[in-house]
Design a protein around this ligand. Structure first.
Ligand SMILES: Cc1ncc(COP(=O)(O)O)c(C=O)c1O
Length: 404
């Protein structure tokens, strides 16, 4: 595997054409539901080299922190086309976002309205904001991936009038202009009907705001589409998703709102492959075979965090028949550090490269220095050329910030 030889392992390699094609898939699926914007959820992979592919393709950006906002700007997204999310934005973050000229602040909580009111008081132009609401929809996904249920830290509940009260407070604040409503009900959902419900609830709420003199022109529907990581994985087809989420919003001709889609995983997940080298094999007769590799939960915590399941191939022998079912074990000092619990592989020899496809989302983004392993290098392959977009860390990078 030439990339692994050239750049070392663990290595993440992204394919720019796959990212562009995922972006175009959204454009195609939502063509009948214009106007809409695709806003890349930078959290899925905030690397400048990856974000820049989407910035050049014409996407907006959705940031979950000031850091992501600044990264998105560096990657080439105009500030005016960035939305800032977060249930606990600090005053410094809000101030930084305003200074950066952020396009929309997605207000998440009554306290934030008070802080913002203070910060925008003396500004000449009103700051456009959205209100994040919690629609009370329980999604059929891992509890850690649900965000729209009533028992969620995100968003003002529609039930009980909290959302309406916050909208009223924003409308009464000089310097803020409420132009949008937003909800994100979770990630990796299967049921189109949940999205239809969401679209209907957001439309109904937008209409409830008209008597306050608020005209909602933008409806943010979050992200959440799953990508298939293993044979047989069930995913909601993009066209079905588009029909479910967008039909109720388009049907509301009185609003004529622009639909903001916020995909992360489905834009970059399939474009990324993780490459590891086999370090050793341990066979426990009648129990399991562990193939240990030179990466693990420090570069991809998702299997340990919420049971994400991947597949793998031995890179130079992708078509070779499987010899046995093995677990791919990481090198971190945690029993839970199994990248893959069960995958059928040809016997992998020490030094061979194992490739884990579909690793482009939320792996590098969540990477850590646990056990003082350095974070991996990342390359972007575009038009036949590979380019290093994040060099491998060195131990000195870790210690640079420390003192005795
Ligand atoms: C507010 C918001 N928007 C968009 C996304 C992107 O979700 P996904 O990467 O599953 O498309 C997330 C992810 O959790 C989110 O919290």
């Amino acid at each position: 595997m030439r990339l692994a030889d050239r750049y070392g392992t663990p290595l993440y390699a992204y394919d720019a054409a796959t990212i562009r094609s995922a972006y175009r898939d959204y454009a195609r699926a939502f063509r009948a539901y214009r106007p809409f914007r695709v806003s890349y959820a930078v959290k899925a992979c905030p690397l400048l080299g990856v974000s820049a592919v989407l910035a050049r393709a014409g996407a907006d950006a959705s940031a979950a922190s000031l850091g992501e906002l600044l990264a998105a700007r560096r990657a080439g997204f105009p500030a005016s086309r960035i939305q800032l999310h977060g249930n606990a934005k600090t005053e410094d973050e809000l101030r930084g976002a305003l200074r950066a000229g952020v396009g929309r602040i997605v207000i998440d909580g009554a306290d934030e309205i008070e802080v913002l009111a203070r910060l925008v008081r003396s500004r000449r132009a009103a700051q456009r904001v959205w209100l994040r609401v919690s629609p009370g929809i329980t999604a059929d996904t891992h509890p850690h991936l649900r965000t729209g249920a009533l028992d969620s830290k995100f968003g003002a509940p529609l039930a009980g009038g909290d959302a309406l009260a916050q909208a009223r407070a924003i409308a009464a604040t000089r310097g803020l202009r409420l132009v949008g409503v937003h909800a994100h009900i979770g990630t990796e959902l299967h049921e189109a009907e949940r999205y239809r419900e969401l679209g209907e609830m957001l439309v109904a709420f937008a209409r409830d705001l008209a008597p306050l003199g608020v005209r909602i022109r933008e409806i943010g529907v979050g992200g959440g589409l799953k990508i298939p990581l293993r044979d047989g994985d069930r995913v909601l087809p993009l066209d079905e998703y588009a029909d479910a989420i967008a039909s109720p919003i388009r049907a509301a001709e009185d609003l004529g709102a622009t639909i903001y889609l916020e995909p992360g995983r489905s834009l970059v997940g399939r474009a990324g492959v993780a490459l590891y080298r086999v370090v050793g094999t341990k066979r426990v007769a009648g129990v399991r075979t562990f193939v240990s590799v030179d990466g693990g939960m420090g570069d991809n915590i998702r299997p340990a965090l919420y049971g994400a399941e991947y597949t793998a191939v031995v890179a130079d022998r992708a078509g070779a028949p499987a010899a046995e079912e093995v677990a791919v074990a990481g090198r971190y000092c945690e029993s839970g550090d199994l990248l893959i619990r069960a995958v059928a592989l040809p016997t992998a020899l020490r030094g061979e490269v194992i490739a884990v496809p579909g690793a482009g989302a939320y792996a590098v983004a969540m990477a850590s220095n646990y056990n003082h392993h350095v974070r991996p290098a990342v390359v972007l392959v575009d038009r036949g050329r590979a380019r290093l977009i994040r060099r491998r860390e060195r131990y000195e990078d870790i210690w640079r910030l420390e003192s005795k």
